[in-house]
Design a protein around this ligand. Structure first.
Ligand SMILES: NC(=O)c1ccc[n+]([C@@H]2O[C@H](COP(=O)([O-])OP(=O)(O)OC[C@H]3O[C@@H](n4cnc5c(N)ncnc54)[C@H](OP(=O)(O)O)[C@@H]3O)[C@@H](O)[C@H]2O)c1
Length: 272
């Protein structure tokens, strides 16, 4: 799926000329970086995998003749966020996309505290620090767009991925509140809340997804929603999963999620 020419014009006019995409070396961030480069954005692509980023840089430069810069930074390490801020402060950035993130699964009490803290740092702390910085910058310049990756798991507790779901609830709630605060400054904030997407995420989170969307199916709906709503459930599968649970009470959703996530993690979780 590709952006239409009017969608490209709208995005570049409202949020150009430069964008920063964290987690652009893989999955959803990578596809979002490609789509915005196709719209004519110059892009700062971030990740840890230098080889993947270099490959993407060449692809974007040759396919779309845009300017591309790479920032390699581990967001669990002290100084990771500061590097991103320092290396982008001279660029006229109008769009910030926070896609860097990871998940964990299994029983919370069995998981390594170190891994859970690292996830908290990437999914919440780094995202919050960067969102704080870019919100201030965008409010000062009276224009800008911020997209954060929430998830459909953000809306209730999720047994066997309890802490990951909690990090996404944090992201979702931050985005909803912030969106209202910065609207008077012509700054748009969007929480993208996909269902399962086929990326490196599942393997890294030790989950098995039986059904999943591709990053190509969700990137365009995400970008088209920026400036038009505060939360987007991108892709048909996400909509079916979210809307089928809409009238279910929260306590029952948690029981359903227990079955779903129990199935996705049963290769390593004993449920009782
Ligand atoms: N896939 C899904 O089903 C799904 C559903 C809902 C929401 N999401 C959210 O979507 C976002 C993107 O995930 P994805 O599915 O695209 O997964 P992915 O393919 O694993 O991509 C994750 C990205 O985050 C980066 N990253 C991971 N740890 C990092 C660290 N310590 N420091 C800096 N960067 C780091 C990775 O960089 P390197 O590869 O270079 O290490 C990669 O670019 C995440 O926030 C995830 O929670 C995913």
């Amino acid at each position: 799926m590709n952006l239409t020419s009017s969608a490209k014009e709208r995005l570049l006019r409202n949020y150009g000329p430069w964008a920063l995409v964290t987690g652009a070396s893989s999955g959803i961030g990578l596809e979002l970086a490609k789509q915005i480069a196709s719209a004519g954005f110059n892009v700062v692509i971030h990740g840890r995998n230098q080889e993947q980023l270099t490959h993407l840089l060449h692809e974007l430069k040759t396919t779309y003749t845009v300017d591309v810069k790479i920032i390699v930074a581990d967001l669990t390490e002290a100084g990771g966020v500061e590097q991103l801020i320092l290396k982008t402060q001279h660029l006229p950035i109008g769009l910030f996309i926070a896609s860097a993130g990871l998940g964990t699964s299994g029983k919370f009490i069995d998981n390594s505290l170190h891994t859970e803290i690292n996830m908290l740092r990437i999914n919440c702390e780094a995202l919050m620090m960067l969102t704080h910085y870019f919100s201030q910058r965008f409010c000062d310049q009276k224009r800008g767009g911020i997209i954060v990756l929430s998830s459909m798991v953000a809306f209730q507790g999720v047994p066997f991925s309890a802490h990951y779901a909690a990090t996404k609830a944090y992201v979702q709630t931050l985005a909803e509140g912030l969106a209202e605060e910065v609207k008077p400054y012509h700054v748009d904030v969007l929480a993208a809340a996909p269902g399962p997407v086929n990326t490196k995420f599942a393997k890294r989170a030790n989950m098995q997804m039986n059904m999943a969307l591709s990053p190509q199916q969700i990137a365009v709906p995400i970008l088209n929603a920026l400036g038009r709503k505060t939360t987007v459930f991108p892709g048909m599968l996400t909509k079916v999963l979210v809307y089928s649970l809409q009238t279910v009470p929260r306590w029952a959703k948690i029981k359903i999620m227990k079955r779903v996530m129990g199935g996705m993690t049963k290769h390593h979780v004993k449920q009782n």
